[in-house]
Design a protein around this ligand. Structure first.
Ligand code: FAE
Length: 507
């Protein structure tokens, strides 16, 4: 387990390497720099999720969310927020909880907050894209190296494992997935099992009633108390294990600018109400932006506009995409129940990527409501070519994202190519009560923000920021808006590739 160190970060410190954010990119950077002998400080705006609350749990129960669920909100904001015509969001105490729902004009973006970033809240689906898709998305990156070296390295570092397919066929908790597979097959669609970072052996024991339930208790978006190999248990634990990595939670970086000896990095230390309790500035020789697609893009766009990093390339803030995300639910017949007990970890996806008229990879998603809903739920990843752009508003001092909900129509059309066909075959209909009142498509939010600081455009081919020696980008903002599958394995593998080059050439 990676622990935040007791030694706090002091104002005025001079440090060799500072990493902003502790998600996938930040964790890889911290570990590999430390192994190369560099002292690393990781600055993370969220909490270190290591101390149980008064109920003995680190993370709150999913059906009874409290302040631990959301980042500084008074009310929950569930992705699937409605059921049978009414909202089932609940009032909560305002607290630095683990899941952020960040609202921009045309999209809300879900992100993990805390030591481990998105790994604390995500579905753990660890998908390596098909090689031809990777080559099309990142043509400047040598695909041979990625598939021979960096994807295997990332999968090993993340602790990715595969489910026991024999067990799957009878496991009560995957009835929803078997129903989803059956419907896909009956309509002629291909499908594939998907690896995960959730420990499937632990899940088996949950199903057998031998251990405390986590995935089988619906835990996922507000954190898993057991079973999940999140980054704090993998890369970050290895990083702190070197003795060279200090993790500083509850510190939000607000500015980076050149100064003698490197870069001045300014930050706010916050409390669990989100109030600033201290402001600090340190000087770092090297700074790694790993605040995620949204966090890194917002910081860099603001620094350019405010004249702190005026020579940043014009490509900074551009080519943002939602990985073509769209969600939808179907209403099954009474003989196709999806099960009262559902594992919160998805394990298979419908593969319609070869459909030139609208490629899509649709994961069969759980809907662990604790009762039989007869709902088949899906998260489709599509090839939506639409892109958004970050812009600085000098009036508010904030960075906005220009993206209209209508830009996601492509994703709906691609998803319809699968689910219209399945509905026709099964004689079923879409649910219209899950994403609003009479709203079929979950088209106005994303779990997969990507881009904003695209590799080989806003940076060199390894994430170096041109014109600012010692500044790097190493997270999902490097990927131009789409990965064709769930993104974190690709973010990790690309970070492994880039940091190896940086360690070899820049240290
Ligand atoms: P990320 O993991 O977001 O880490 C960035 C970190 O930086 C966060 O911890 C922030 O709190 C921190 N930060 C931001 N701004 C600042 C600042 N100014 N100062 C200090 N710290 C800051 O970035 N992907 C999959 O591949 N499979 C899945 O099954 C899957 N399911 C998902 C389910 C949900 C509900 C969500 C929200 C996401 C899911 N994702 C999934 C997406 C995945 O978690 C995401 O692509 C990665 O976490 C992005 O990695 P980064 O390193 O770019």
């Amino acid at each position: 387990m990676a622990r935040a160190t007791a030694a706090p970060l002091a104002d005025g410190e001079k440090i060799p390497a500072l990493v902003i954010g502790s998600g996938y990119g930040g964790s890889v950077a911290a570990l590999r720099l430390a192994q190369a002998g560099v002292q690393v400080t990781v600055v993370e705006m969220g909490m270190s999720w290591t101390t149980p609350g008064s109920d003995g749990r680190i993370f709150c129960p999913v059906l009874k969310p409290d302040g631990r669920s959301y980042w500084l909100r008074d009310r929950t904001d569930q992705p699937v927020g409605y059921f049978a015509g009414s909202s089932y969001n609940k009032d909560i105490e305002r607290y630095t909880g683990v899941l952020d729902s960040e609202q921009f004009s045309g999209v809300r973006v879900y992100q993990g907050r805390g030591v481990g970033g998105g790994s604390l809240v995500n579905g753990g689906m660890a998908v390596t894209p098909k090689r031809e898709n990777f080559a099309a998305i990142l043509p400047s990156v040598n695909a041979d190296e990625m598939y021979n070296v960096y994807y295997p390295r990332a999968n090993a570092g993340l602790g990715v494992n595969n489910l026991d397919q024999t067990w799957f066929e009878s496991a009560e908790c995957y009835q929803f997935a078997r129903v989803g597979r059956k419907h896909a097959e009956r309509s002629g669609f291909g499908w594939t099992f998907v690896p995960n970072v959730y420990d499937f052996e632990y899940m088996k024991k949950e199903q057998a009633g031998q251990v405390t339930r986590s995935a089988l208790a619906g835990e996922v978006i507000y954190g898993n108390n057991y079973g999940k190999r999140s980054l704090d248990k993998t890369y970050l634990a290895a990083a702190t294990g070197t003795g060279k990595v200090r993790i500083t939670p509850m510190h939000t970086v607000t500015a980076v600018s050149p100064t003698e000896g490197g870069y001045r990095v300014e930050m706010h230390e916050i409390n669990t109400s989100g109030a600033t309790v201290a402001t600090k500035a340190v000087v770092a020789q090297k700074v790694f932006f790993a605040a995620g697609s949204i966090g890194t893009s917002k910081l860099l766009v603001a620094m350019k506009a405010q004249g702190k990093l005026p020579d940043l390339p014009d490509a900074v803030g551009k080519k943002w995409g939602n990985n073509g995300n769209v969600m939808v639910g179907r209403a099954n017949h009474m003989w196709d129940g999806t099960g009262v007990l559902q594992s919160s970890m998805p394990c298979l996806g419908i593969d319609n990527w070869a459909d030139a008229g609208g490629p899509a990879f649709a994961e069969v998603a759980p809907f662990p409501a604790g009762l039989e809903t007869y709902v088949s739920l899906y998260l489709a990843i599509t090839k939506n070519p639409q892109r958004g752009q970050f812009t600085f508003d000098s009036g508010t001092g904030k960075v906005g994202l220009s993206w209209q909900t209508s830009q996601n129509q492509y994703a709906i059309d691609a998803a319809k190519r699968i689910f219209d066909k399945i509905n026709k075959k099964e004689g079923t209909i879409y649910r219209t009560d899950l994403f609003g009142v009479y709203k079929t498509w979950g088209d106005d939010f994303t779990y997969h923000p990507l881009g904003g600081c695209v590799i080989n455009e806003a940076t060199d081919n390894y994430g170096r920021i041109p014109g600012y020696s010692g500044l790097y980008v190493i997270d999902g903002s490097l990927i131009p808006g789409n990965t064709s599958v769930n993104p974190f394995v690709t973010i990790t593998a690309l970070a492994e590739r880039n940091i190896e080059n940086i360690v070899a050439d820049d240290l």
